[in-house]
Ligand binder design. Structure first.
Ligand SMILES: Cc1cc2nc3c(=O)[nH]c(=O)nc-3n(C[C@H](O)[C@H](O)[C@H](O)COP(=O)(O)OP(=O)(O)OC[C@H]3O[C@@H](n4cnc5c(N)ncnc54)[C@H](O)[C@@H]3O)c2cc1C
Length: 397
């Protein structure tokens, strides 16, 4: 039987970043991962890193993530391929413009240099873009995108170097509890005992919570992402562009693009892996050709899908649960790469007994207390609803 101070379930960005912080503070840490490091959503996303959120807590977490990514190679010895090419949210002048304007004020107050820009600036930033139905955008040049696998690999190797053990191919299959405490965690390779258990199992965090009699309002939603073999600016890094008018996003990838659409699809009891839904391709192609007309003859080389782990207000769940020694950090709602690296030091401090400020909006109790303020810039629920002017030829569940 293995004993440790903290047992973390899940080796995605959340689990590995928290393991790194805790191990650095001297805790003995074991991470139990069902598959390989980064085999969940963290290895399947677009790598977008933004500070453009509507709530101060998330803006500041994004700022801390950006700060860490700038010095990542030095700290971890791994190049995260952080392209600070900016993030551009296109709007049509209606409701989404008001939401962006409000969020920009919050960001500016925190020191993030986001600006509302007009169509000319959009056209300058994305050559060849069709702005006929675009009124403007929110643009922050210090956002960008990373290679998510490299970021998680950096945190995982950093955690190991600080003494953490990452057990791969080790699913947690049962959790024992007595009274108000978890007393043991069962995996196929044996029983683990830990003073504290951290649920960092992403889209599968509700299934892990059920093992200790808890529940989490996290819904897994399949989202599909594709590689396009051409870009309007093959030798530049375009800003990560989120088109709130049609429900499309893209950024540069090699000499082409990575792109996806807003809509996502509920998966009840999500499996470990999910096949890409090529049924979304007609909608993706329509929207790309509309927004970037010169890509009309471009090809889609391949695609994949992952789960976006979505809460009702598009903010994560971070904090203690109904059990005294179980902590949750999950439900990032489509922005785990943006938030988890920045939040991990705060979560680790709390797990070690501290009382960090600025985590209140992420508490699980908010859903019972009705103190819920949704993230409004872009999140899993917004993605779920889609923003598309044209309906894709698929059914949203
Ligand atoms: C198509 C797509 C695009 C996205 N784009 C972006 C983006 O541009 N920017 C951004 O910030 N976010 C994006 N996201 C969201 C982002 O990927 C997630 O928010 C983030 O990866 C969540 O990290 P996590 O560590 O919480 O979960 P995960 O990375 O899913 O890690 C959870 C881990 O727990 C393990 N696990 C589950 N059950 C068990 C068990 N019983 N025992 C042991 N281990 C278990 C899983 O195998 C997994 O490795 C996107 C997601 C998708 C699908």
């Amino acid at each position: 039987m293995k004993k440790c101070d903290v047992l973390i379930v899940g080796a995605g960005i959340a689990g590995c970043a928290v393991a790194y912080e805790l191990a650095g503070a001297g805790a003995s840490v074991v991470v139990a991962e069902r598959g390989a490091v980064c085999s969940g959503s963290s290895g399947l996303n677009a790598g977008g890193i933004r500070q453009q959120f509507s709530q101060e807590t998330s803006v500041r977490a994004g700022m801390e993530t950006v700060r860490r990514l700038v010095g990542f190679k030095e700290e971890f010895g791994v190049d995260p391929a952080f392209r600070q090419a900016g993030y551009l949210f296109l709007h049509d002048g209606a409701d989404s413009a008001r939401k962006l304007e409000r969020a920009v004020r919050v960001q500016n107050a925190c020191g993030v240099p986001t600006q509302m820009v007009g169509r000319d600036e959009v056209s300058r930033l994305v050559p060849g873009i069709n702005v006929v139905d675009v009124a403007g955008a929110a643009y922050n040049p210090t956002d960008g995108y990373v290679d998510p696998n490299s970021v998680v690999a950096g945190f995982a190797s950093g955690a190991r170097a600080r003494g953490a053990t990452i057990l791969q191919d080790n699913p947690v299959i049962a959790i024992e509890s007595r009274g108000t405490r978890v007393t043991g965690v069962i995996t196929p390779s044996g029983r683990l005992m830990a003073d504290i258990v951290v649920n960092a199992a992403g889209a599968w965090a509700p299934a892990v919570a059920a093992m200790y009699g808890g529940s989490l309002p996290i819904t897994a939603r399949r989202n599909d992402i594709f590689v396009i073999d051409r870009s309007p600016a093959p030798h530049d890094f375009l800003p990560l562009t989120i088109d709130l008018v049609t429900g499309l996003y893209f950024h540069s990838e090699g000499e082409g693009l990575v792109a996806g659409i807003a809509e996502s699809f509920v998966a009840v009891d999500p499996p470990d892996r999910v096949a890409v839904g090529s049924d979304v391709l007609p909608a993706l192609v329509d929207r790309i050709v509309h927004r970037l007309p010169e890509l009309a003859t471009a090809g889609v080389t391949h695609g994949w899908a992952g789960f976006i782990e979505t809460t009702p207000d598009d903010n994560p769940v971070v904090g203690w649960t109904h059990l005294d020694n179980v902590y949750t950090i999950a439900g990032f709602s489509g922005h785990g790469m943006c938030l988890a690296p920045g939040l991990a030091p705060l979560a680790a401090r709390e797990i070690r007994g501290g009382s960090p400020e600025h985590l209140e909006i992420y508490r699980l109790e908010r859903f019972e207390q009705g103190s819920v303020e949704a993230e409004t810039v872009w999140g899993g629920s917004g993605i779920a609803a889609g923003t598309g002017a044209g309906s894709p030829s698929i059914i949203k569940e």
